[in-house]
Design a protein around this ligand. Structure first.
Ligand SMILES: Nc1ncnc2c1ncn2[C@@H]1O[C@H](COP(=O)(O)OP(=O)(O)OP(=O)(O)O)[C@@H](O)[C@H]1O
Ligand SMILES: Cc1ncc(C[n+]2csc(CCOP(=O)(O)O)c2C)c(N)n1
Ligand SMILES: [Mg+2]
Length: 357
């Protein structure tokens, strides 16, 4: 009998993680509060009042970025920011980072120095320290960052905890990073077709390109909550796309939810890109990913504590039997697919087009 061979696209990223988790998931530790399953793991310190959170996230050439379109300094900044975002998604402050780089031969010392200038800028911005890493040769540029953060035991927030009646809220605006990616891919194609003398005018797309290449972790948002005494009941960051993250919150909280598509905050610049490609901007906002905004469950009585310009109410949590729904701008209520960016696809395509609403 030959060994079973299940292609990874058959189970997908989350299915694979579940299969692997069953092999190691029963390794127990009395100080562990959250293991595999949230934006970061959480463990108790001996003082019993403080917890540490720890998270790791990779950026791989050809999967997370295109070297042609990505300045090295931006890449260094993004590698730190996306990890800080997972720490922030536990309502914790980032403290220390390590970084592993797998470097192909065609990169120079100067390119890696530029990358590290970006790393440094992000560490300064988020007030954290780079304390180590590892360096190896690789066939493609591979970056993996680990960040340790800190929170008070009674302040840490999880994907679980939302209750029916809580408001579904999001910081900032959505769909911009996907719009930026669309423009960058379009310009890469134009460069290929028209040759190296082609001079693209990217000025009108500055905002969306920045959303893609230089995302910020919303540390400012959780600090503002602390200053105002706001305490959401559940929290996640938007890395794979709004729809996918709403499903995570609902599954972990044993809730359903409804998202009102017309209330999802979208920047004018993002709308203009969707128009340029004759595509539906709600699709960008629901399924685009990489916006690194915070999605949270807010008890309605806390609404008045927040600055109304700093977030949007985009839906409501419901009892679990209602499932996860979206009300389209035309008013129809339909199931919201948990679609978002998919790492493993049967067709092995490099483009990851979201479904249409
Ligand atoms: N190969 C793996 N082995 C063990 N745990 C894993 C592995 N891959 C992911 N996980 C864990 O699974 C959970 C979900 O991971 P996922 O990457 O979806 O979350 P995330 O870090 O918030 O997302 P993103 O990578 O988009 O930032 C996390 O707790 C993560 O640590
Ligand atoms: C060249 C190129 N192709 C595709 C994308 C889009 N993309 C890659 S990973 C990801 C989700 C988050 O990943 P993870 O869950 O691993 O953190 C998204 C939306 C990109 N940015 N660049
Ligand atoms: Mg996350």
């Amino acid at each position: 009998m030959s060994e079973p061979f299940t292609p990874i696209h058959e189970v997908g990223e989350f299915g694979l993680i579940e299969r692997l988790q069953t092999i190691v998931g029963d390794l127990a530790d009395p100080d562990l509060i959250m293991g595999i399953g949230d934006d970061a793991a959480v463990y108790r310190l001996p003082d019993e009042e403080t917890v540490h959170v720890i998270t790791t996230d990779a950026l791989i050439e050809g999967v997370h970025f295109d070297r042609l379109m990505t300045p090295m300094e931006h890449l260094g900044y993004k590698a730190i920011a996306v990890n800080v975002s997972d720490v922030v998604a536990m309502n914790a402050e980032p403290r220390y980072a390590t970084i592993t780089v797998g470097i192909p031969a065609r990169l120079s010392v100067e390119m890696m120095e530029a990358f590290y200038r970006g790393v440094r800028r992000a560490c300064e911005k988020y007030r954290m320290v780079l304390v180590g890493g590892d360096t190896t040769a690789a066939h493609m540029l591979c970056i993996s960052v680990t960040v340790v953060g800190e929170a008070r035991m009674d302040e840490v927030l999880f994907r679980r905890g939302a209750r029916p009646g809580d408001l579904l809220c999001v910081s900032g605006d959505l769909g911009g990073a996907y719009a930026g990616l669309k423009i960058l891919l379009e310009q890469r194609q134009a460069l290929k077709e028209k040759g190296p003398d082609y001079q693209p005018d990217l000025e009108p797309f500055r905002y969306v390109i920045q959303r893609q290449l230089l995302p910020e972790a919303r540390l400012d948002v959780i600090r503002d909550w602390r200053a105002r005494g706001v305490r959401p009941r559940a929290l996640i960051d938007v890395s794979d796309g709004l729809a996918s993250e709403v499903h995570h919150l609902c599954r972990h909280s044993d809730c359903g939810a409804i998202v009102y598509a017309s209330t999802i905050p979208v920047a004018l610049e993002t709308r203009e890109v969707a128009d340029r490609f004759a595509e539906d901007v709600d699709t960008y906002a629901l399924f685009g990913g990489e916006d690194y905004e915070l999605l949270f469950a807010l008890p309605p009585e806390q609404l008045e504590l927040l600055d109304p310009t700093s977030f949007s109410v985009i839906g409501e949590f419901l009892p679990a039997d209602q499932g996860v729904q979206v009300q389209t701008p035309e008013g129809a209520i339909i199931p919201l697919e948990p679609a978002g960016y998919q790492h493993f696809r049967a067709d092995n395509g490099t483009e990851n087009e979201p479904p249409s609403t």
